[in-house]
Design a protein around this ligand. Structure first.
Ligand SMILES: [Zn+2]
Length: 289
């Protein structure tokens, strides 16, 4: 091959590489403009999205012009969670909750904090020395946010929905699940209970009121959702957030049995994908996304 032909080939290769890079950049820009152009529509109904993030938790709550995100999935889910929130036209979260510092709950928090306006951030008063936790602290610091560790009884609103912190965390460095922030949300006549990864030790701390929708604690693990607890709350609907074929073999069959025994209708993110529960305060609609 002549020197000139070799050079021509090189130039063509560089040219093709430049075109590919250009197209990729253009796609990226279009995608982001699309996300940013979605207009937020304030609605009278309460919407609760249980976002399918595999073996992890992320829940988006919307009413009127206010929003709350409970957990942000694992490290690999952060960007998708941000995209999901922006696809609803949301640029600001009034409340961001990191229920407890395990990767499958706070892994995506840094992406959420870096890409959205955050008004309030709640996390339990417990530290851990993982890179994931450090990343969250860095993003909090970079945005000059102040973390609140809410006490039992703390109350706040998301639009017309009232949220209450149900428990004081149990601080145990050997079991971070016990520090989970547990929230009861009431909207009209309907109620939701978001358990994080709380365990039966947490469930036994108080007497519980009846609840309509339960976000089952700890991905349906047998550590939680005791018979005694279920007999108090008697949920109409239970949501299990769990990954397909997860290595922990969750949800546990005993937990499923206990839920069935109180007549609860179960939905699971591994089978149903992202689940939306919408309510006007009188009836509940489950909409699979
Ligand atoms: Zn978890």
């Amino acid at each position: 091959m002549s020197k000139k032909r070799a050079n021509d080939k090189k130039i063509i290769k560089i040219f093709i590489a430049l075109i590919i890079a250009f197209i990729a950049t253009l796609q990226f820009i279009i995608q982001n403009v699309e996300d940013d152009n979605v207009k937020f529509v304030a609605e009278e109904d309460l919407k609760v999205y249980f976002i399918d993030v595999g073996q992890a938790d992320s829940i988006l709550v919307i009413n009127k012009d206010q929003t709350m995100l409970i957990d942000a999935g694992g490290n690999e889910n952060g960007k998708d969670v941000v995209k999901f929130i922006k696809s609803k036209g949301i640029t600001k979260l009034n409340y961001l909750i990191g229920t407890h510092p395990h990767e499958d709950h706070i892994g995506g928090l840094d992406d959420v904090i870096n890409n959205l306006d955050i008004e309030n951030i709640f996390m339990p008063k417990i530290q851990t020395n993982t890179k994931t936790f450090e990343d969250v602290l860095d993003s909090i610091k970079n945005k000059n946010l102040k973390v609140t560790s809410p006490e039992k009884g703390t109350s706040f609103n998301i639009g017309d929905a009232n949220c209450q912190i149900m428990l004081d965390p149990i601080i145990d460095e050997n079991n971070l699940n016990l520090s989970s922030i547990v929230i009861r949300l009431e909207f009209g006549n309907k109620s939701f209970l978001f358990m994080g990864d709380a365990e039966t030790k947490n469930e036994n701390l108080i007497n519980w009121k009846k609840v309509d929708v339960l976000k089952v604690a700890h991905h349906g693990s047998d550590t939680s959702t005791s018979k005694k607890f279920l007999n108090q709350i008697k949920p109409e609907i239970a949501i299990i957030m769990v990954g397909k074929d997860n290595i922990y073999k969750l949800p546990n069959s005993e937990t499923i049995k206990r839920l069935n025994n109180v007549g609860t209708k179960i939905y699971r993110t591994d089978e149903d994908g992202t689940i939306l529960i919408q309510t006007d305060g009188n009836s509940l609609d489950v909409l699979l996304q």
